[in-house]
Each structure stands twice: as structure tokens, then as C-alpha cells.
Design a protein around this ligand. Structure first.
Ligand SMILES: [Zn+2]
Length: 338
């Protein structure tokens, strides 16, 4: 579907391109180093070296597994909203707040006008892209999620905060594209938090982020109450929606049968919340389900969400099953077409 755009960007990807959502588990030496850094026992430069080492290891693991579109693995990030808040003007960070059951994190507080100080993720993107010939995705947390996951003490409304963040993130996305990132993913896990806000301003915010930027845009959405935002969601100005499919037993397939899915879809085929490593047959079956409702050239294959909560072994096992299953399905499709 969006193959024309990929081609225009100079990207030749195989049918059913394989990728991941973004985060990988941090190796033990990096977890230790981050703790030391937080208590002042390690300098920024020393931490950076270990983050680079871990990034190098994950880039070569992705190449070895045979993925088509790579990520930097987010070795330098803690929470996905707090990381950006830390690097933008206008934010303070709260004390520890409880979220998602037993997870604690520091919640960003919008305390003044948000401003872009300069590139946040560009150096990391460049570093990762310099390690491989495969395309590496640029990655930013979206304006709606940044707004929804922050306390707002400055802007008069959620809409104002969201649009202001969109303008700032547009700068980041432009900088990524200028550095050479051809595929840019905007993570919006919170986009269905208040479904009425999608037409009210979330779509407009994404237009602000992507406007005039020559890149293939992916929108990652998870934890979604999709039944409330679909098919309206298709008005978000992106080329590809990257959705959690497997954790919900592929319920969305039925929804997409009612209202055809008109964009590319990165179809989550492994559950990131489960320790169980799916076998190739299970993943193949899920890809077959995707093919029931979508054309082969609309489909990308990836896990449901980031893999940072899985172990290294589980991560690699799940990705191997995914790549293996994809290759088998790809082969059968090519045979059919020839
Ligand atoms: Zn996710």
C-alpha cells in the first residue's frame, strides 16, 4: 500500500518486513551502572560508554536474527515519557508515582512553556545507524502520550498542552529526518485514553508532528481500547499503525473485517507480557490471520510492544520464532504469485 512511499525514500524492503517496537532488555552491567549513576558513583561519560556497548550488542543481535528494520534498543532510556521530559524545557519531574500495577516511575510535570532545546534522540539514531546497513527507525514518544502521562500545571487545557508538545516534537522529528532517518515511529500508547479527544485534538496534534517531513511514519499504539477509536483512528496522518494484536487474542482482526484497514499495519505476533516463547507454528498461524484481512504488501511483522520487560533469552527466542515464521510465509506467498 505505502510501498510507493518506501520506494521514493530509497527503501527496498522484502514482503512482510520484520521489525521490533523499540525497547530491548538492558544487560545486567547496564542496570548496575544506571543504579550507580543515580547514586552519584558513576560519571555521565562512563554511563554513556556502557549504553553504547549495549546498543552495539543489540544491533548485532538484530542483524544476526535477521530482522529487516532495526531499532537502537533504547539502552539510554528509563521511562518513555520521562526521558523526553528530561530533555525539554518547561518540565520538572515529580517524585515516584505508582502506575500500571506495581511499576513506579517519576512523572513529568509541565511547569512552563515547553521548548525544544535541540536534538534529543538524533545522536543515538546516528550511532545505531552507523553500525548497520539495515534501516534503523527514529523513535519519539508522541504528543498525546506525553500530555496524558504528565501533570499539567501550565497550559489552560489538555488540548493546549498536547498541541504545544506536538510543535516541540515536530522539531525532533525534523531533526531525525534531516540526519537521514527514513522511518520514524511515534509512540502513542495512551491515544485511546479518552476516545473523544481523538477527533478533538489528537489527530490534529499528529498532523503538527508529521507535517512536511519526508519520512515513512509509524504510529505505535498499545493497551488500546480500539473499539472506541476505530475506524476514526485511520485519520491519524501516518503510513503504518503498529498494534498490539496477540495479547488480545487477535480480536482486532474482527474489527478490521467490519471496517477495512486502509494503511500499512505492523501486526504484533508475539506477546510481550508472556514468558512463554511462541513456536514458529503459532506465529505462522497469526501471520495467516493477518493475511485474511490485509494484502501482503500492507503487512509488517513485529512483537506486540517493546521487549524491555522480557529476559534476553526470551527476547531472542521470540524474535527468532518471528523471523523464522515470516520467512516461511513469505516463501509460500512468493511461490503463489509466481
Ligand atoms: Zn507498546
Amino acid at each position: 500500500m505505502m510501498r510507493v512511499k518506501l520506494k521514493h525514500l530509497g527503501l527496498e524492503l522484502p514482503l512482510l518486513p520484520t521489525t521490533t517496537v523499540g525497547s530491548f532488555p538492558k544487560p545486567q552491567y547496564l542496570l548496575d551502572a544506571r543504579r550507580k549513576f543515580d547514586s552519584g558513583q558513576l560519571r555521565t561519560g562512563e554511563l554513556r560508554q556502557l549504553e553504547e556497548k549495549a546498543t552495539r550488542e543489540w544491533v548485532s543481535a538484530q542483524e544476526e536474527i535477521g530482522l529487516d528494520v532495526l531499532v537502537d534498543g533504547e539502552m539510554y532510556r528509563g521511562d518513555m515519557a520521562t526521558y523526553f521530559a528530561n530533555n525539554l524545557d518547561g518540565f520538572r519531574i515529580s517524585g515516584l508515582v505508582r502506575s500500571y500495577g506495581n511499576r513506579y516511575y517519576r512523572k513529568p510535570i509541565v511547569a512552563g512553556e515547553v521548548k525544544w532545546r535541540g536534538p534529543i534522540t538524533v545522536d543515538w539514531w546516528r550511532f545505531a545507524q552507523g553500525l548497520t546497513n539495515k534501516p534503523v527507525k527514529g523513535m519519539v514518544t508522541g504528543p498525546y502520550t506525553m500530555m496524558d502521562w504528565s501533570f499539567n500545571e501550565y497550559y489552560p487545557s489538555r488540548r493546549d498542552a498536547c498541541i504545544a508538545l506536538a510543535k516541540v516534537l515536530h522539531e525532533e522529528v525534523r531533526a531525525l529526518a534531516k540526519a537521514g532517518a527514513k522511518i520514524i515511529q511515534v509512540d502513542e500508547p495512551a491515544i485511546s485514553a479518552r476516545p473523544e479527544e481523538l477527533p478533538e485534538f489528537a489527530i490534529e496534534a499528529m498532523q503538527v508532528v508529521t507535517k512536511g517531513v519526508d519520512a515513512y511514519f509509524i504510529n505505535h499504539i498499545c493497551y488500546g481500547a480500539f473499539e472506541f477509536i476505530y475506524p476514526r483512528m485511520l485519520e491519524l496522518p501516518v503510513d503504518n499503525f503498529d498494534l498490539e494484536m496477540s495479547n488480545s487474542e487477535l480480536d482486532l482482526v474482527e474489527l478490521f473485517r467490519e471496517h477495512p484497514f486502509t494503511r500499512d499495519l505492523s501486526f504484533g505476533v508475539v506477546d510481550v507480557h508472556s514468558h512463554i516463547v511462541e513456536d514458529t507454528a503459532t506465529v505462522k498461524q497469526r501471520i495467516r490471520r493477518a493475511l485474511e484481512i490485509l494484502k501482503p504488501d500492507q503487512i509488517w511483522i513485529d512483537p506486540d510492544c517493546g521487549l524491555k520487560t522480557r529476559t534476553q533469552e526470551e527476547t531472542i527466542g521470540k524474535l527468532r520464532a518471528m523471523v523464522d515464521a515470516t520467512k516461511k510465509v513469505r516463501k509460500s506467498l512468493t511461490v503463489k504469485n509466481s
